[in-house]
Design a protein around this ligand. Structure first.
Ligand SMILES: [Zn+2]
Length: 106
């Protein structure tokens, strides 16, 4: 059996059957509610905002053959925030130590 390529359209179809974890409404119009932050092969990182209650969820969606799995967390980040943090410089151990020393001095 040939594996299907998991397209963005398939992602939206799978999201159409998903419900908001807060108000329980279906994400009916997921093309406008769900935006892809990052994609690596079959793994999508998405940001979804419920049009009914305004709650946002960051979700990881992965596919294997014809199976779709997902896990999400509630967030107060906007889609624009997620892009900002995605592009931000990574925090290194030395950055944390420098901040700690600065806070001790001040
Ligand atoms: Zn909702």
């Amino acid at each position: 059996m040939r594996k299907k390529d998991f397209s963005l359209e398939s992602l939206h179809v799978s999201q159409d059957s998903a419900k908001c974890p807060i108000c329980g409404k279906l994400y009916k119009d997921s093309k406008s509610e769900t935006k892809v932050i990052r994609r690596e092969g079959p793994l999508f990182l998405v940001h979804t905002t419920c049009k009914n209650c305004g709650t946002s969820v960051l979700g990881n969606i992965v596919t294997f053959d014809n199976v779709v799995g997902s896990v999400g967390v509630l967030t107060d980040l906007t889609f624009a925030d997620t892009l900002y943090f995605r592009r931000a410089k990574r925090i290194k151990v030395d950055d944390v130590i420098d901040l700690h020393r600065k806070l001790e001095r001040d």
